[in-house]
Design a binder for this molecule. Structure first.
Ligand code: PMP
Length: 451
């Protein structure tokens, strides 16, 4: 339905508009290109729309201002890192205060006990450890799971994303001889053959999961309760209960990675949907934006880990990190969880995401487009296809040209989407006017595209 020639002409116009209106970002991008690889401090930053990234001056609540003086409605929120809203005053105060008395000593502080208690209350798992990032937390959980079960492989969902954990970067390739696990397209320099470390199963397919786990070589299943990283793919009714039954029957530990699905509520999908995992991983927003993550586990697992945790060699166990659980991080998490990501915060942010979803659905319906918009709590996302059941279906529907155009069009109209697919996230600081700003931009893009 989309005329690709018109799309490419419109895109070129938007590229020029972006360059013309962002002269200072352009200068800084040239400067950054001298000594930063690809002109950015982190590879994903090359994915932003426009000829160069927007350089940010300041951010607050649901907005940020760039170095050219434009203010944006931020629906990316640091890809969940700032889902609380940018620069919470309580977190700023806690960090400032703590940084004058203690930053890192490799000793626990009173805040760490409070944080573990609060995470236990929210997610329903009684024992917690800290990590620096969700990637780290996932790596540590995988190690513990292999240790506990003595099994060599882990299992993940096809087209999942759990951070830069090597063994999760695999997908299923369908061939005449059956499915094989291969490196995910784009994964640089796989360390070993991912088929040796990882079993991959399609989301929403209990028979495939049962068959794969019955082989007895899988230590744990690491999954998001709803896929969020290949668009939002929701679990079908009964799927998650089936996953729990099958994993238990095959002695496979179940790990819920709630790093993104925290958008479902204060205790993520685990609490919102009454799930019963063996481990939960939580990263990104719990420190109000500073790098910190956590993982929780059942009492049964905690008891089995008591031996190694107290052993002499725990410092070389492959779990932990020098700056992890620092006084500064613990103060930030305490301040964040005391003042944010609470039921009352989600009431606001989920309401905004509902409005966003309804408005986008109206525009799609008004133009008879075969697109869809999906929502999970305060996260919403539109795709240029009907709703997929699996990650592979979603991946096959990716439309890079249209994604890139939408991102640039909305950016040029003061709304920042996440640079990956068309994800929008709401904080309690956003307003209905922010939702409407996006809807207007989205409607304008559709009208321009359809001519
Ligand atoms: N788990 C999930 C579900 C994620 O989406 C991500 C990052 N997008 C991670 C883990 C890794 O987070 P980080 O990059 O902060 O380590």
């Amino acid at each position: 339905m989309i005329d690709r020639i018109r799309l490419s002409r419109l895109h070129a116009q938007e590229e020029q508009r972006f360059i013309d209106t962002h002269p200072r970002s352009g200068e800084l991008a040239d400067e950054a290109g001298e000594h930063l690889l690809a002109g950015v401090p982190m590879p994903w930053m090359t994915r932003w729309p426009g000829a160069f990234p927007v350089f940010v001056e300041s951010a607050s609540g649901g907005r940020f201002t760039d170095v050219d003086g434009h203010t944006y409605v931020d629906l990316c929120l640091g890809d969940t890192g700032s889902m609380t809203g940018h620069c919470l005053p309580a977190v700023a105060d806690a960090i400032a205060e703590r940084s004058r008395t203690q930053i890192t000593t490799m000793l626990p502080t009173a805040d760490s006990a409070w944080v573990a208690g609060e995470l236990a209350r929210r997610f329903g798992l009684p024992h917690w450890q800290m990590a620096m990032t969700a990637t780290d937390a996932n790596r540590f959980v995988l190690r513990f799971a292999r240790h506990l079960t003595g099994r060599p492989r882990i299992a993940v969902m096809d087209w999942c994303y759990h951070g830069t954990v090597d063994e999760t970067l695999g997908v299923l390739e369908h061939g005449r001889a059956g499915d094989r696990v291969v490196p995910r397209p784009g994964a640089l320099g796989p360390q070993v053959d991912v088929a040796l470390t990882t079993a991959v199963v399609p989301f929403n397919d209990l028979d495939a999961l049962d068959e794969r786990l019955s082989r007895g070589d899988v230590a744990c299943l690491l999954m998001e309760p709803a896929l969020t990283n290949i668009g939002i793919v929701l679990p079908e009714p009964g799927y998650l209960a089936g996953v729990r039954e099958i994993t238990r029957r095959h002695g496979v530990l179940l790990v819920n990675d709630e790093t993104h699905t925290i958008c479902a509520g204060p205790g993520g999908a685990t609490a919102a949907w009454g799930l019963d995992p063996d481990f939960v991983v939580m990263g990104k927003p719990i420190g109000g934006g500073i790098p910190v993550a956590a993982y929780g586990m059942t009492t049964e697992i905690a008891e089995q880990l008591a031996g190694p945790m107290l052993g002499h060699d725990i410092d070389v166990a492959g779990v932990g990190g020098t700056l992890t659980g620092s006084a500064l991080a613990m103060a930030a998490v305490r301040a964040t969880l005391s003042t944010s990501l609470r039921t009352e915060d989600f009431e606001v942010s989920i309401g905004l995401a509902e409005r966003f979803t309804a408005d986008v659905a109206d525009v799609i319906a008004a133009h008879g487009l075969p697109w869809h918009v999906q929502r999970l709590g305060c996260r919403a996302e539109y795709w240029f296809c009907p709703p997929p059941r699996t990650g592979a279906q979603a991946a096959a529907a990716v439309d890079e040209e249209l994604d890139a155009f939408m991102h640039l069009w909305t950016l040029n109209r003061g709304v920042l989407l996440a640079p990956f697919h068309n994800m929008s996230l709401f904080s309690p600081f956003h307003t209905t006017a922010d939702v409407d700003a996006h809807t207007d931009a989205f409607r304008g893009a559709v009208e321009a595209l359809l001519g």
